[in-house]
Structures are given as C-alpha cells and as structure tokens.
Design a protein around this ligand. Structure first.
Ligand SMILES: Nc1nc2c(ncn2[C@@H]2O[C@H](COP(=O)(O)OP(=O)(O)O)[C@@H](O)[C@H]2O)c(=O)[nH]1
Ligand SMILES: [Mg+2]
Length: 318
C-alpha cells in the first residue's frame, strides 16, 4: 500500500535528519492517525536510549525560558536535543522548529535541535497517548536527549512524571508555590526543583520552604533526595547547576537500576492503555452486533447476571 511505503520513507527521512519528515511523523502521532502502530514499529529498533527530561510548573514560572537555556547547555555538550512543548503558548527560538504554526519564523536552523509544540486536538487518549510516541519520533531522528515541557495544571505534572526519567519542577518566589507543590503532589514527582526568578524578592523564603518540605519527607537509605537549584533563566544563570542536578539524578537512576525499572513501568502503562483502548473499541463494535444485545436481554430478564454475561462477552471476544 502507498501509505505503508510512506511510513518507511518518512522514518528513513527522519533518521536522515529531514525536519519535514520528523514534523510529519509527529503530526500523524498527534492526530492519532491509523498509521501510528506502523510508525511505532518502524521506530522501535532506534529507540529506548534517549534521556527524557520533563519540565513542569505553573504558567509563567519560566519553563520555556529554562528549556531554551537547557538546550543551549546540552548542545554545548554535544547532545542532539528534541523539545516537545505540550503547551501551545510556548515561544521558542533557535533550532529546527517543527510544525506549521511556528515554521513561518525564519530562524537560523540548528539541525541538532528539534522543537515542536503539541496540542491534543481532541483525539482519543489525547496527549497522554501521543507524547510517548512523539518522544520516539525525536529519538528515531537522532535526539539523545528529549525535553518535555508541560503546563503545570491539574494532572499534567503527574503525566510528565510518568513520561520522564527525570522530572524538573519549577517554582518562583512569591507564588505560594511551595505550599501548592505539596497540595498538588508535586513533592512526590519532583527529582529536581528549580527556584527560578532568583532575581526577585522572596527567593530565599521559597528556597527554604521547599527545602523544609523535602526535609519532612521520609526517605530510606540510598533513596533520592530532590535537589533544589536557584536560577535566573532569563539571564542563563544557574542553568549549568540545573544540568548538573539532572546528571546527578541520572547517575542515581542508573546506579540503582531505577532507570530500567521506570522505563519498564512506563512501557507497561503504555501497553495497558493501548490494550484497554482496543478492548473498548471491540466492545463498542459488539454493541452493533448480536452478542451484546442477546446477553443484555438475558440479564434484563433475570435469566443471567451481569457478571456472568461480562465473562461470556470477554471469552467470546477471544
Ligand atoms: N525576572 C525573571 N523573569 C524571568 C525569568 N525566567 C523567565 N522569566 C520571564 O518570565 C516570563 C514567562 O517565562 P516562560 O519561560 O514563558 O514561562 P512558562 O509559561 O513557564 O513557559 C517571560 O517573560 C520570561 O522572560 C527569571 O529568571 N527572572
Ligand atoms: Mg512555556
């Protein structure tokens, strides 16, 4: 089929560093296209090693600024870097900016950086399903580090934690963030805290608040203690320290066998979500057939019970 050939051509293009192929693949993934399983299969041999770093925090705290600065430092270290901004409002500069929304900007392109903002566009499973696939596309395109920025509202922080090897949570002075962090369960997911906007009043209070909160947590011997780093992202200050804290965490992950454990847990969650989605589809299509209506009639008439009927339905689905 023409479409299958498209997938191998696109994957070959992405592997060869063609930003348009990378952009197209991410768009397919973002839209939950029927080709996504084929894309995932074609990319699989080239994935599994990229370091995934999640950045989250309240809007305006400086995630995009910090991401841009991290790209600068990581590029300086010779990494090829991918950026996924799961936040359509994120402005970025530099690098190959993938996607029609921002491709119009005439930036000098650094082929060692791919930047893409993603939106959910309402397909089933949304960004939670699309983001790990987009990470794979970037990895297939040769990125050995992928930064994922998510806007810190509601469940987003928790999602980025389930995607990333290392989760960086940004705070800023005067936002009451330290207390909110505890409420939102951020304390459990953060591997590194960045107290950004350290040029502002109240930075010491925020720094000590968060250190205090971390100190209250119970930790077994050898368990990771979240690092706290001050930064002024808008001036590029403290970014080397952020990178050092991320590296330290990565060292700990590797040493403890935790990197593999986290990745396998992530893969398990992904498989489960896909399998549940497929199951839901099949059950949906059963509704149109005869099996479900027949069982429903039996349950309604009292000749069967819903548990027996559900077991029958699952068995017959094979
Ligand atoms: N004063 C100050 N402003 C900053 C700092 N870092 C970022 N900003 C500014 O804060 C605003 C929001 O930054 P942005 O990175 O877009 O935040 P995001 O919404 O978390 O991605 C921008 O105007 C930045 O220039 C900082 O360290 N100090
Ligand atoms: Mg942003």
């Amino acid at each position: 089929m023409r479409r299958s050939r498209d997938v191998s051509e696109l994957v070959a293009g992405a592997r060869g560093g063609d930003p348009r192929a990378v952009a197209r693949l991410i768009t397919l993934v973002e839209n939950g296209d029927d080709l996504v399983p084929q894309i995932a299969a074609a990319l699989a041999p080239h994935t599994g090693n990229a370091q995934v770093i999640g950045l989250t925090g309240s809007p305006g705290v400086g995630k995009s600024t910090t991401t841009t600065e991290l790209v600068r430092v990581l590029r300086g270290q010779g990494h090829r870097v991918g950026v996924l901004a799961v936040d359509p409002s994120s402005p970025f500069t530099g690098g190959a900016i993938l996607g029609d929304r921002v491709r119009m900007q005439q930036h000098a392109t650094d082929t060692g950086v791919y930047i893409r903002s993603m939106s959910s566009r309402g397909h089933l499973g949304g960004l939670a399903a699309a983001t790990p696939q987009a990470v794979r596309v970037l990895e297939g395109a040769g990125c050995d580090v992928v930064l994922v920025e998510t806007v810190g509202v509601g469940q987003a922080e928790v999602e980025v934690a389930s995607l990333a090897d290392t989760t960086v949570v940004l705070l800023a002075p005067g936002m009451g963030d330290a207390i909110q962090a505890v409420k939102a369960g951020i304390l459990e997911i953060a591997d590194v805290f960045v107290v950004n906007k350290a040029d502002r009043d109240g930075v010491d209070a925020t720094y000590h608040d968060i250190q205090g909160m971390i100190g209250l947590g119970e930790r077994g011997p050898g368990e990771w203690r979240p690092q706290v780093v001050r930064a002024i992202a808008s001036r590029g200050e403290g970014i080397d320290e952020v990178v050092a804290a991320i590296d330290k965490h990565r060292g700990w992950l590797v040493e403890r066998g935790e990197l593999r454990r986290r990745r396998e847990a992530r893969a398990a969650a992904e498989i489960e979500a896909i399998a549940l989605g497929r199951l839901r589809e099949r059950i949906g299509s059963l509704r149109a057939g005869t099996a479900l209506p027949k069982l429903a009639a039996e349950v309604a008439a009292g000749t069967s019970d819903p548990f027996t009927a559900a077991d029958t339905l699952l068995r017959d689905m094979g």
